[in-house]
Ligand binder design. Structure first.
Ligand SMILES: *Cc1c(COP(=O)(O)O)cnc(C)c1O
Length: 365
């Protein structure tokens, strides 16, 4: 049996006609940027997250960068980010001109460990970016409490967790602002790049909206040295259709994860943990083992697609050699990088496929 790491096919098949009609309607309307479909999606997504404002933008990296820039965070400032995340979290900080300060994860949830944050706070710290990693939220109450004590902004990197809940509250509405990505492979994915900033802070929302559109508040009137980062009508039309189905699609991932968690039984594997305060949306199902590379080869040889999230910790990437962070600086991030393997997880996996993945993993010696 062949099981890809990810497939959009079951999801897209269900809304095939709706998607095709939407694409055609954008083409026929002949209006591609800053139109009514973007406005509509922004309203829908803000409401879905329980926040007041949503501003579409070009991608998830830009969403995080625009939030930092709108808060005036840049040269001379420090921003706390997890040592274990996708590199975009750190890139947003350096793109803004600030310095990323890494904090190690909690080894159960793999999200930012609040107990380690305070040691990293300095007089230059301006914000914390908490990543809702693999599909579940970090411990936001604890993180917000530390931020409040030190006067820091808290930004959610929500790129992997559309629809996840923390203490029954939707992510995207758990801090000062959130950055989302709609990269095709995310739980809510477009047909290209896309992103959004979600916040209930009107001042921030107005500033992000202007920054993302050349720094202009109205046409040819520029109040900031802005950027060009916009969601387009095609992506917005696709996202509106998918948003209506997101909870159901996430619920299906949760069922698959539940089966994995109860039926994968192999002492060599460390399975992921859904923290008791979370409703996880399983963007990624991450297993860990000391013999990761051997497991990867074994699964691939048995027709099962896998990916590593992520093979090199950010502080060990060539892009950040200027930070001078040697091997061993962030041992937990390095350990995850050396042991993590993501197994197939997507909407619409069949019972037979799920069983095959489980049986293949249980047979591994
Ligand atoms: C995907 C991702 C991003 C970046 O989103 P893009 O739309 O690809 O720019 C940022 N942070 C995390 C954690 C991500 O997974």
């Amino acid at each position: 049996m062949k099981i890809p790491f990810v497939s959009f096919e079951p999801m897209h098949r269900e809304v095939d006609a709706e998607l095709k009609n939407a694409l055609l309607s954008v083409y026929e309307a002949g209006w591609f940027i800053r139109g009514e479909r973007v406005t509509q999606f922004e309203q829908e997504f803000a409401a879905y997250c329980g926040a007041k404002y949503c501003i579409g933008c070009g991608n998830g990296l830009d969403a995080l960068f625009l939030i930092l820039k709108a808060y005036g965070i840049g040269a001379g400032d420090e921003v706390i980010v997890p040592s274990h995340t996708f590199i975009a979290t750190a890139l947003a900080v350096t793109y803004a001109g600030a310095v990323p300060v890494f904090v190690e994860p909690d080894m159960e949830s793999y999200t930012l460990n609040p107990a380690r944050i305070e040691k990293a706070v300095t007089p230059y710290t301006k914000a914390i970016i908490a990543v809702q990693l693999y599909g579940q939220a970090a411990d936001m109450d604890a993180i917000n409490a530390i931020a409040k004590k030190h006067g820091l902004k808290v930004i959610e990197d929500a790129a992997q967790a559309h629809g996840a809940l923390y203490k029954n509250k939707r992510i995207g509405n758990l801090a000062d602002a959130a950055g989302f990505s709609f990269y095709p492979g995310k739980n809510l994915g477009a047909f290209g790049d896309g992103g959004a900033v979600v916040t209930s802070d009107k001042e921030l929302a107005d500033k992000v909206r202007a920054l993302a559109n050349y720094g202009s508040d109205y046409k040819y009137h520029h109040i900031y040295q802005g950027n060009n980062s916009r969601l387009d009508e095609i992506q917005a039309a696709v996202l509106s259709i998918k948003l209506k189905n997101l909870d159901r699609w996430n619920e299906n991932r949760r069922k698959t994860a539940q089966k994995y968690l109860t039926e994968i039984k192999n002492e060599k594997l460390i399975l992921p943990v859904e923290m008791p305060y979370n409703s996880h949306v399983w963007h990624i199902f991450a297993v860990r083992t000391k013999e990761r590379d051997r497991l990867e080869t074994y699964l691939n040889e048995n027709g099962i697609g896998t990916t590593i999230h992520y093979p090199t910790a950010i502080h060990r990437q060539k892009a950040y050699e200027n930070l001078g962070l040697l091997e061993g600086s962030y041992p937990l991030a390095e350990e995850i990088a050396a042991t993590e393997l993501s197994i197939p997880m997507y909407y619409g996996m069949t019972g037979e496929q799920i069983k095959y993945v489980i049986d293949t993993l249980n047979r591994w010696r």
